[in-house]
Design a protein around this ligand. Structure first.
Ligand code: ADP
Ligand code: AMP
Length: 215
């Protein structure tokens, strides 16, 4: 099953991706997590990406296309994958299509999590993350032990780009550069829109019901 989890920042893509990984045993490919790992490790890629990320801008397409091309070639993607945070522009979506055409593994479904801006701002400003990619919320979804990730035991932290200014910019960038992909995938007949404001477990049940026909 080849899935794109789509939606604005804070829609719950990472949260649902982690649950899908456990349920279906296919990998999550989060370009945000890959970039943050590179920033942490101080790689050349991380150094180049950091200034864009801190401001809430998109990292240039060619960088992302290179990352995705390499990642999709790895063995664990053979059974399927969950893309989280990619594609975010039309050139990224076109490049993805070309990469997947080559290996004859098209995208089966694009799950579009719809959440209004005012809810997104509240979610992002309270978000806590772990470096393993797990996502929590100070109020609605705190880790079981204070500041400790339930999944890997790492320390949770607030993302540097979850500040009020960067959040607003990310929402603007989403509307200008990423939202057009909704029509892009609608025209291909593979977009399904879900109400992402429901509780985490309810959204997950809705996703599983939609995916059941691909299993
Ligand atoms: P994204 O990956 O789309 O940016 P996340 O999965 O990191 O979003 O979720 C953003 C924030 O919202 C996190 O704090 C997360 O715990 C919280 N969250 C995710 N889904 C829901 C939901 N359905 N209801 C309430 N809070 C949620
Ligand atoms: P995310 O974790 O998905 O919210 O992404 C965090 C940041 O990483 C974004 O604000 C961008 O700066 C960068 N990023 C992640 N994925 C992409 C992408 N597909 N294209 C461009 N920039 C990206």
């Amino acid at each position: 099953m080849n899935i794109i989890l789509f939606g604005p920042p804070g829609a719950g893509k990472g949260t649902q991706a982690k649950k899908l990984v456990d349920f279906y045993g296919i990998p999550q490919i989060s370009t945000g997590d890959i970039l943050r790992a590179n920033v942490r490790e101080g790689t050349e890629l991380g150094l180049a990406a950091k200034s864009y990320m801190d401001k809430g801008e998109l990292v240039p397409d060619q960088v992302l296309i290179g990352i995705i091309k390499n990642r999709l070639k790895e063995d664990d993607c053979k059974k399927g994958f969950i893309l989280d945070g990619y594609p975010r522009t039309v050139p990224q979506a076109d490049a993805l299509e070309a990469i997947l055409d080559e290996i004859d593994k098209p995208i089966d479904i694009v799950l579009n999590l719809e959440v209004p801006d005012e809810v997104l701002v509240g979610r992002i400003s309270g978000r806590l993350m772990c470096k393993c990619g797990a996502s929590y919320h100070t109020i609605s979804n705190p880790p079981k032990k204070d500041n400790i990730c339930d999944i890997c035991g790492g320390e949770v932290f607030q993302r540097v780009d979850d500040t009020a200014d960067a959040v607003q910019n990310r929402l603007d960038v989403y509307k200008k550069q990423t939202q057009p992909l909704i029509n892009y995938y609608k025209e291909k007949g593979i977009l399904v829109t879900l109400d992402g404001t429901k509780d985490i477990e309810v959204v997950f049940e809705d996703i599983k019901a939609i995916l059941a026909k691909f299993a």
